[in-house]
Design a protein around this ligand. Structure first.
Ligand SMILES: [Zn+2]
Ligand SMILES: [Zn+2]
Length: 262
């Protein structure tokens, strides 16, 4: 009897082992299925990123006012112009701080973007240019940084990326510049409009729109940003953006080592 019991016990044990085996196999295949799903979703994410790159307009339009400046900052300067932070260090900080997107817009140069690319980074530049007698800053986003037409407008020396006194002499024509930005696949955005020496902002922006202006920087630190001279209020700028159906952007115009400070 003992033997028989042992045999039965053993066979039950074997059955348990077999059952356990089947269970484990099922679990493994379930795991594999999950892995498959993960792989698929990873592929989908990659596709989304590619699509984002293809349509800079839609990407920027998707940002909400409150995204600026904690998750999105579309106006940062690096050492490639007159900023204090290393280009790659800005990218590192943005990733560590969990930014969704940033744009490094050095004055009249895209050199940094030729060396460093990242999912968090939008290729950008800030040009000094003239609209008639008005000196202004024009931001370009989503540009092909190797475009030869746009390359004509880039700084020819390091000084042209730094000193205000040198930069103000650069005679870039805004109309030609906007065309070049479009040629390079980007969008043209009027930077910190409250600083523009335009008596009538509406008229001034209207002129730029007729040249193809796509957007206007609305969310930026007005008080800290050249607070002494301010030609327009935030309300006026918001109204103008709405009137001309412009893409609204924002950024801190940060020149410091820490991208959270401005
Ligand atoms: Zn500027
Ligand atoms: Zn700037």
């Amino acid at each position: 009897m003992k033997d028989t019991e042992e045999i039965i016990e053993n066979s039950e044990l074997e059955q348990e082992i077999v059952d356990e085996g089947i269970k484990q196999t099922e679990e493994i295949s379930e795991l594999e299925e999950n892995i498959d799903i993960d792989e698929n979703s990873e592929e989908e994410t990659e596709v989304e990123i590619v699509e984002e790159k293809q349509d800079i307009r839609e990407l920027i339009k998707s940002f909400q006012p409150l995204d600026y400046f904690d998750f999105v900052n579309l106006h940062i300067h690096s050492k490639y112009s007159d900023g204090k932070a290393d280009f790659e260090d800005i990218i590192r900080q943005a990733k560590e701080l969990g930014y969704h997107k940033i744009a490094i817009c050095d004055h009249n140069t895209v050199e940094g973007h030729k060396y460093f690319q990242d999912d968090v980074l939008i290729p950008a530049v800030e040009f000094d240019c003239w609209c008639g007698y008005v000196f202004m800053h024009l931001l370009a986003y989503g540009i092909d940084v190797n475009n030869p037409v746009l390359d004509e407008f880039m700084a020819k020396s390091k000084k042209e990326t730094e000193a205000d006194i040198v930069r103000i002499w650069a005679r870039r024509d805004v109309k030609k510049l906007i065309n070049a930005i479009h040629e390079a696949g980007g969008i043209a955005v009027l930077a910190h409009p409250a600083c523009c020496w335009a008596i009538n902002l509406d008229k001034f922006v209207g002129k730029l729109v007729s040249y193809g202006l796509d957007g206007i920087e609305v969310h930026y630190p007005y008080r800290r940003h050249r607070a002494i001279i301010r030609f327009s209020t935030l309300r006026q700028i918001k109204d103008v953006a709405k009137k001309y159906n412009l893409i609204v952007t924002g950024g801190t115009d940060c020149h410091t080592r820490n991208i959270m400070a401005y």
